[in-house]
Design a protein around this ligand. Structure first.
Ligand code: PMV
Length: 289
């Protein structure tokens, strides 16, 4: 049996979303596929605790399964790979064993696995992986989202280099720095919230210039809370230099990916980032290349 899930790219609001603010995120559709087949014993290339937790949540007692992952997402680059794997595994077992899981239950199972991976996740990754819709997301004691409809998808390029950011470490670092300057950090998170909500309107109006400006501001705020690196700054500067109207860290930072909004110049930005040695993923609506 197989199961599929989406990755995600956060356009605005990462980190603030851990503190109850909104984030604006888009799915990277159908990029993670899981196949499970009968085997003499449990076999997979994933962390043992992660699979044990999922099987436990799913109520699967017979462990004779081989779990194989086929993913177009890089791992550890802020694109929601671990949540997508959890969702795809849940769906594969649902298909194999007719567990009758609805999307809410799949989302809750993947959220539990995210808690294991990084302590205090907002739930944005598992929610995007499950529902695969553009959304304004928030965790205000419970997972809430408003899905967004629009006809023109934003012309986005995602790029990453060698550095891998560990989400748990980045979130812990932000928490520590916030403890020293709570009032300042809370202002920055409030501003991220405003950017996300305004960004959702601009996204629906296909107003790329203004949306790009908000992404640039958000990048500055992410730098202010201490999650940028010289290599992320280099990627952002390169994308802007080639004509991106907005470019920022996406995901937890400390390494990982940037996202650039590139109306009319996607291929120039893509070519330059690749020439500089980065890997890219071009995202426009349902197509990924
Ligand atoms: O897991 P990542 O690196 O794709 O990013 C998650 C976004 C954060 O806001 C940094 C953490 C969270 O749980 O929302």
């Amino acid at each position: 049996a197989t199961g599929m899930a989406a990755g995600k790219v956060i356009l605005l609001g990462e980190h603030g979303v851990v503190y109850g603010r909104h984030a604006l995120a888009l799915p990277i559709p159908d990029v993670v596929n899981v196949t499970i087949t009968r085997a003499s014993e449990l076999s997979h290339d994933l962390p043992g605790e992660f699979v044990d937790l999922l099987l436990n949540e799913l109520g699967v007692e017979d462990k004779g399964w081989q779990i194989s992952i086929d993913s177009e997402l890089p791992f550890g680059k802020g694109l929601g790979s671990s949540a997508a794997i959890a969702v795809a595994i849940a769906r594969a077992f649902d298909n194999a064993l007719q567990l009758g899981l609805d999307d809410e239950r799949v989302n809750a199972i993947a959220f539990a696995s995210e808690k294991l991976a990084h302590g205090t996740p907002s739930g944005v990754d598992n929610t995007l992986a499950t529902f695969a819709k553009p959304m304004l997301f928030r965790n205000a004691g419970g997972l809430q989202f408003e899905s967004l409809d629009f006809d023109t998808p934003p012309p986005l390029i995602i790029a990453w280099g060698q550095e891998t950011g560990r989400t748990s470490e980045q979130v812990a670092g932000v928490r520590k720095r916030r403890e020293q300057s709570a009032a300042h950090f809370d202002c920055l998170f409030d501003e991220m919230d405003r950017l996300s909500r305004q960004g959702a309107e601009l996204l629906q109006a296909a107003n790329w210039e203004e949306l790009g400006a908000l992404m640039n501001i958000c990048h500055g705020l992410l730098n202010a809370i201490g999650v940028s690196t010289p290599d992320l700054e280099r990627m952002v500067a390169l994308a802007r230099h080639c004509g991106a109207v907005g470019a920022k860290i996406t995901g937890a930072g400390g390494g990982g990916s940037i996202v650039a909004l590139c109306p009319g110049n996607s291929s120039a930005v893509d070519t330059e980032l690749r020439r500089a040695g980065y890997q890219t993923l071009v995202l426009a609506g349902k197509q990924v290349s």
